[in-house]
Design a binder for this molecule. Sequence first.
Ligand code: AMP
Ligand code: MG
Length: 406
Amino acid sequence: MQPKERVLSFEAALSVVEQHAATVRPPDTETIALDASSSRILAELIAADRDVPPFPRAMRDGYAIRASDLANLPASLKVLGEIKAGGDPSALHVEPGQAVSIMTGAPAPVGADSVVMVEHTSSAGDVVEVAKGVASGDNIVPTGAEARRGDSLLAPGTRIDEAVIAVAASVGKARIQAYVRPKVAILSTGDELVGIGDIPGPNQIRNSNSHSLAAQVRKAGGEPAILPIAPDEKTRLRSLIEEGLQSDLLLLSGGVSVGRYDFVEQVLEDLGAEFFFTGALIQPGRPVVFGRVRETYFFGLPGNPVSTMVTFELFASPILEALSGATPRPLRFLHAKLKTAITRKPGLKRFLPATLSGEFENAEVELTPWQGSGDLASTARANCYIVVAADREHFAAGEWAPVLLR
Ligand code: AMP
Ligand code: MG
């Protein structure tokens, strides 16, 4: 039996997805090497193991001085000695009229309240002449200014990137707790499909969706498992869907439109699925389906390759990120100036493959010429999607339009 139709606006569909994402329990954790953790999700709280910085740190090469000594310029100060990065300042104590030569990253000596940059000084023997004043505190980061020992630096759910790795390394975490990556079954359906290693017959095409989806799954933090291609025939389709439901998430491609051989929804209905929506008012990707069989969420993504990619990005990735233990993040978008006008019939929110160019202050975007949601090569040449609201008929050239990054 076909499930009851439930077509939502883009916003309503996304909010349904986000509500479910919020209820997902975080996965198990495992210990991994920090250097192998890039793009994984942090599963522990990382705290400062000591004050940061652990000593008053000089931010410049120059002279550690007392700012009050520079009231009248130029000022001549007696140089007591030198402290380099890693050096011990304990033997040096800066009194009025004195200075200590200091390097970036070195601990400031007692008595000095600031560092004057070497560029503003000239030295002769043990005397330095300073040509420019500083305020007390300039160019020294006080002990504990960035964090106190025990302060939380990173929360569980953080996606690990180079900046996160730098923090973990700085507190001595060579190994960290990460969430186990969720397993995502990928099931492409269609009698016309053959594997990428096979020679297609004259009326067949190669299965590209299983592979583009696997790449998107990996990018979003999941571990893809590509199932054999399902034919447009209920018995075999059902047994492959049952196999896919053993994973943490099932992604189907194709077979969710209104064609006579689109059996995906019927088979899922027969398996007792709940359907949260069976379509969204978007283009490409209108027939997208979201539901759950027992504990396992599934998405029925339309088979048109660009529709598959866009609907994964919009709807499947928030659920996958939740299953990965990641804190939800907003869609990545920006605004750019349209190079040419766009006119579309209202009623659908559109995500149109486009090319972004220009500079920071003057980002420009242009539709990529394409032959519709099957046109893979022009989609690969695009690097973003122009987003056209459902109630918007016309954008003039030169107008700023929202752009979703890929
Ligand atoms: P469907 O959603 O099953 O109606 O398929 C829509 C269009 O996408 C048809 O032209 C299919 O041949 C094509 N298509 C479906 N699945 C795939 C796939 N896995 N790889 C490439 N193209 C596909
Ligand atoms: Mg099909």
